[in-house]
Design a protein around this ligand. Structure first.
Ligand code: NAG
Ligand code: NAG
Ligand code: NAG
Ligand code: NAG
Length: 258
């Protein structure tokens, strides 16, 4: 019985998860095939090998700017492989558009003809949720809200290299609520806090058992089962794995070796 229920649960959630890969091509914006040929085709394939251990990288090629962010708990090799996939997909999907964003489960990529570093953006945004709803939404809302407030502070004030936090709390009906919040680390503490507050408003008000909110500058996810690697999240990042760059956003974390 329990096994069947579990299968049904995972199948339902898998259905939602499959639709997790979104792109937004800014179709009402300018398109230009030379921009792609001259800049994107060089810029995007370079991202995956250049992204460092902190899972964040920004680069420019002529007028084209790109930003990539991996989930804060990924290993470098997983991060690079996600970025490689997203980089090739976004060109296929968004063709000759001057601006685009693509979110995968484990990483996101944006490119634009305008610089993006340090600027908070909550649009476009997208929310996905489980088909299943929690049994005690009022109590769930309270516990989840408190957990997210706590994690928002930890993520926002976490440092200039990684702005991510994950944790859990006991919820109603014997459930444990797990959540992970993350901003691009180029944001100021305050902008990250503000992005995560706005993103929290985009979680479904009826409280499904799991949901994810994606914006260009921050991401929220909660579930009733563990999904993150807390040990990796809390591990100091190896700054020597980051390629040298003239970018001004590369503030090194002070773990003694800089
Ligand atoms: C999320 O996107 C919608 C449009 O898709 C927009 O109307 C809304 O303002 C956005 N929310 C935030 C917090 O930016
Ligand atoms: C969960 O709640 C939403 C909103 O009230 C509803 O549309 C949906 O059918 C519910 N799902 C289940 C499985 O009851
Ligand atoms: C952001 O928060 C961290 C940790 O509290 C702090 O060290 C840093 O000075 C803050 N940065 C700014 C710009 O306020
Ligand atoms: C859940 O939270 C407790 C402390 O609040 C912590 O000790 C435990 O490791 C957490 N578990 C996970 C999977 O995060």
């Amino acid at each position: 019985m329990a096994a069947i229920a579990f299968l049904i649960l995972t199948t339902l959630f898998a259905l939602v998860s499959c639709e997790m890969e979104f792109h937004n091509c800014y179709l009402n914006y300018r398109s230009d095939s030379l921009y792609r040929m001259n800049y994107l085709d060089t810029l995007l394939p370079s991202l995956s090998s250049n992204i460092g251990d902190d899972g964040f990288y920004a680069a420019s090629e002529g007028p084209a700017h790109a930003v990539v962010l991996c989930r804060g708990d990924l290993q470098l090799n997983e991060c690079r492989s996600c970025v490689g996939v997203v980089a090739s997909e976004i060109v296929q999907l968004c063709g000759n558009q001057m601006r685009a964003i693509r979110w995968h489960m484990n990483c996101m990529l944006r490119y634009s003809d305008e610089p993006m570093l340090g600027t908070m953006a909550t649009m476009p945004n997208t929310t996905v949720w489980s088909e299943l709803n929690v049994t005690s939404p009022d109590r769930f809302k309270e516990v989840l809200g408190a957990l997210m407030d706590d994690l928002r502070g930890k993520a926002a004030y976490g440092g200039s290299s990684l702005k991510a936090a994950a944790g859990n709390r006991s919820g109603p009906d014997g459930q444990t609520i797990y959540a992970m919040l993350q901003c691009t680390p180029d944001l100021s503490n305050e902008s990250c806090d503000s992005c995560l507050s706005q993103a929290a408003q985009l979680t479904p008000a009826w409280y499904p058992i799991g949901a994810r909110v994606y914006t260009p500058s921050c991401i929220i996810r909660y579930e009733i089962s563990p999904f993150y690697n807390i040990a990796r999240l809390e591990q100091p990042r190896d700054q020597t794995l980051k390629p040298s760059s003239s970018g001004t956003y590369h503030t090194l974390i002070s773990n003694g070796d800089t």
